[in-house]
Design a protein around this ligand. Sequence first.
Ligand code: HEM
Length: 243
Amino acid sequence: MNLSEFFHSSFVNRHSSINGMDKPASLYQSSVGQKVLVALTGLFLCTFLVVHLSGNLLLFKQDGGRAFDGYSEFMSTNLGIRFMEFVLAAGFLGHILLGIRVWMYNRRCRPESYVMSRPSQNSSLAARVMFVTGSVVFVFLVVHLKTFFVPSRFAGNIKPSMYRLVSTAFADPVYAGFYLVSLALMGYHLRHGFQSAFQTLGLRPHRRTLIDYVAMIFWLFIPAGFAAMPVYFLWAAHWARAR
Ligand code: HEM
């Protein structure tokens, strides 16, 4: 199946027929199954954000970047971490491709008339712009990997100081501004995504549950923690120039 067939083929709902006999559709084939997979990959990516933020907090250690560079060296040489990078890439790819497919399916199923479907009454703004916010996060990720991940992993023997790379990149107001806008939209994406994932998995039976407070850690505090990094280095560069 090519990419176009992947996005345009219909879902099989609950059952498919072989030789006239009904058989249950696989998790991958049914619309509900695909939503479950989007939810599970999304939650997996949330766990990555916790780990990534924890390591990056070393940037705030006032030691000229020694601890962060040591951590970065470990990340780029440890075999277990290198293996996990493939799992992570598969998680991102699966989440993006299946997310687009579910989004296209929902669009096809929506009543034609905008007035009839009343989007503003039936769903929140965060839910309706998931495709847009997700696309921004994707662009952010491509720029981010090109700036940090590629030099970290493919620089050969002259690997640069990651601390210096991060602090120099964030001293640029345009680059730092791009991060802040992207992180705000990532938070908005996670705001609906996290709650929706638990709803899909049947773990959020009511509108206001404990999950919504846990969600706040992911859509508010984690993006804010990441945002503190460009803000900090932009501020540090400003004071270094002013002195
Ligand atoms: C704004 C603060 C951030 C900083 C300072 C930062 C820094 C870095 C650095 C230095 C690397 C290179 C690899 C390494 O040394 O381990 C990296 C890799 C990566 N970053 Fe970020 N990052 C930030 C935010 C994010 C966010 C919000 C995401 C997710 C949307 C993200 C996703 C990734 C991924 C997928 C990798 C490659 C896998 C890995 O090495 O763990 N980063 N980041």
